[in-house]
Design a protein around this ligand. Structure first.
Ligand SMILES: C[S@@+](CC[C@H](N)C(=O)[O-])C[C@H]1O[C@@H](n2cnc3c(N)ncnc32)[C@H](O)[C@@H]1O
Length: 218
């Protein structure tokens, strides 16, 4: 399965501060995920997932508008995880559990957890031809999504890369697991669907790139 190719630490993050995450009650790793899983099963709440949460802006937003839901989130970018931890503490949030594992590592441990909504906002586009294999969303990924979703689950994907948009469409249409509910370049829909305008959303808007939003439903 796909390894992680991106950056784990920003230049500003000191290596030792990443150890802060390990003892945080809302952080999980491959070893202790079963503890988090027990909490999910016990709670009987809807569980959602964000893949590549970045600094956690959308995640914090979602956790506040859906206080009865639980949000799992993964991103190997530790500096983003540290920022998220800070905000969880400041806003006293208790319905987010996050990790620095990549999607492929997460898929190995997730077991029978099913997600109601899965957010993938601005996955790394890897625009160079030689790097296209590094993209998160491909046919195998869609097959994996099928295994962690149930009827009516939704997958929300945003990208400002035209070529990646086409790859997303092809990957989903080759598998018959999800139907395309919505494909739009109307950014107003972000507000209507209550998706947070993240750092990469704002960057794309500033640089006048068109943003595609896809909503798939099982
Ligand atoms: C372009 S950033 C977008 C961040 C955020 N979603 C936003 O909109 O601001 C892509 C994020 O995906 C994360 N990422 C890349 N590959 C991943 C993988 N295999 N599993 C989980 N996260 C991944 C990166 O570390 C990065 O933080």
């Amino acid at each position: 399965m796909l390894p992680f190719y991106g950056r784990r630490l920003s230049r500003k993050t000191k290596k030792f501060s990443s150890y802060d995450l390990e003892n945080f009650e809302f952080f999980f790793n491959e070893i202790n995920f079963n503890e988090t899983k027990k909490k999910l099963v016990k709670s009987c709440q809807n569980v959602n997932l964000e893949i590549g949460f970045g600094k956690g802006e959308n995640l914090i937003f979602q956790s506040q508008i859906k206080k009865k839901d639980i949000f799992l989130a993964i991103d190997p970018f530790i500096s983003g995880g540290l920022k998220l931890k800070k905000n969880i503490e400041i806003f006293k949030i208790s319905n987010i559990f996050f990790s620095n594992v990549s999607f492929s590592q997460f898929f190995e441990i997730v077991g029978d957890v099913n997600f109601k909504k899965i957010f993938i906002l601005f996955p790394d586009p890897w625009p160079k031809k030689k790097h296209k294999k590094r993209r998160l969303i491909n046919e195998e990924f869609v097959k994996n999504l099928d295994k962690i979703t149930i009827r009516h689950s939704e997958i929300l994907i945003a990208t400002d890369d035209e070529c990646y948009s086409n790859q997303i469409l092809k990957s989903f249409s080759k598998q018959n697991f999800f139907k395309l509910l919505l494909k739009t370049m109307d950014n107003q829909i972000f507000e209507d669907y209550k998706i947070y305008p993240t750092k990469y959303f704002r960057k794309a808007k500033k640089e006048k790139r068109r943003i595609n939003l896809f909503i798939y439903q099982k």
